[in-house]
Design a protein around this ligand. Structure first.
Ligand SMILES: C[S@@+](CC[C@H](N)C(=O)[O-])C[C@H]1O[C@@H](n2cnc3c(N)ncnc32)[C@H](O)[C@@H]1O
Length: 198
């Protein structure tokens, strides 16, 4: 079925929700977030223990992209929809001083928060940019790995998002995403921008 969506309304609803989430994630999601989320998803205990509390508290991913494959020292990684930055922090530790990690996010408040916390955490091989998955602001063939956690389900144009991911991945690069999917079609009355962003 082809679903007609109002992309601009969806983007606005997402930015509104995640501006709220940048202040506090509690009560905003129907899955475990913050410390409970990280602990339930088998993240590397050394990363969990060494991350600033603000990074753990701001986590609202749905899975663990690092469980899908190894990220090696020296690699270049892009995190789409980096949020407060916990996955960027983990990727930065894995790639090390000779690697580089980049995050993009659609919500200005999340980008501000990620910058602040990554500075606090002393992660010097990470940078974050305001951008969407449908228009990734990097050149072709740049990344060894693209990760994403709970984001692509929110994209109103998934075809464009995957085309962009394919474009920026090196030949032989890897895509490691955690996400949620609908098991059944939603009735049209539930396809509002607000429902999309929930
Ligand atoms: C469920 S949160 C996940 C955040 C982070 N990955 C984590 O694990 O904590 C979704 C994040 O993706 C961002 N986002 C939503 N749609 C996006 C898109 N199309 N492109 C880039 N970022 C997007 C939101 O602003 C939000 O920060």
């Amino acid at each position: 079925m082809v679903i007609k969506v109002n992309s601009e309304a969806i983007r606005k609803a997402i930015q509104q929700k995640y501006s709220e989430a940048s202040i506090c994630v509690e009560g905003l999601f129907n899955y475990p977030t913050g410390k409970a989320g990280v602990e339930g998803l088998n993240y590397d205990a050394t990363f969990v223990q060494s991350a600033p509390k603000e990074l753990i508290d701001g986590f609202c991913g749905v899975g663990n992209p690092f469980s899908l494959g190894e990220i090696k020292a020296g690699e270049t990684v892009l995190d789409i929809g980096c949020g407060a930055g916990f996955d960027l922090f983990c990727a930065g530790k894995l790639t090390g001083a000779n690697g580089k990690v980049f995050g993009i996010d659609l919500t200005p408040a999340m980008i501000d928060k990620a910058k602040e916390i990554l500075d606090l955490a002393g992660i010097s091989n990470a940078e974050v940019h305001l951008a969407s998955s449908e228009n990734i602001p990097f050149e072709n063939n740049k990344f060894d790995v693209v990760i994403s956690n709970g984001v692509l389900n929110l994209s109103p144009d998934k075809e464009a998002s995957f085309a962009e991911i394919f474009r920026v991945l090196k030949s032989g690069g890897r895509l490691q995403i955690a996400d949620i999917v609908l098991k059944e079609e939603l009735p049209p009355e539930e396809m509002s921008a607000k429902a999309w962003s929930n």
